[in-house]
Write a protein that binds this ligand. Structure first.
Ligand code: HEC
Length: 98
């Protein structure tokens, strides 16, 4: 038995669950235009995400603009679902961990 194997057979640990979700949101909605969003390191290096502070994060601000705002993301596409926006908000506010 591995000490790091986690204590749940069906859930996995919460931190990786969140980031896998985030990765999927970016893959489905952003990477067709922002290929760098496929890479966690590049997202962080871009400065568009301020770990611990969604409200100061350019990325979060763009996805929460009204859909008819020319700066809203994803560009010219329907806004993300509230659920996905909340996942990103929580992810950033909890430190934008990998
Ligand atoms: C259809 C193409 C397209 C899609 C899809 C798209 N973007 Fe963009 N995005 C752009 C373009 C073009 C710009 C540069 C123009 C601007 O700043 O408005 C941009 C700019 C940005 C910026 C400003 C900083 C920068 O890199 O220039 C952020 C942050 C951003 N996008 C986030 C996102 C996120 C998050 C998603 C997915 C939820 C997304 N975008 C989806 C085309 C897209």
């Amino acid at each position: 038995m591995s000490p790091d194997g986690g204590d749940s057979d069906d859930g996995g640990d919460n931190s990786s669950y969140v980031s896998l979700d985030i990765q999927e949101i970016f893959s489905l909605n952003c990477v067709q235009c922002h290929s760098s969003f496929e890479s966690y390191d590049q997202v962080i290096a871009s400065g568009l995400v301020v770990p611990g502070d969604a409200a100061s994060s350019e990325l979060y601000n763009r996805i929460t603009l009204p859909q008819n705002d020319p700066e809203s993301m994803p560009r010219n596409l329907p806004s993300l679902s509230n659920e996905n926006i909340e996942l990103i908000e929580t992810w950033i506010n909890e430190g934008a961990l990998p």
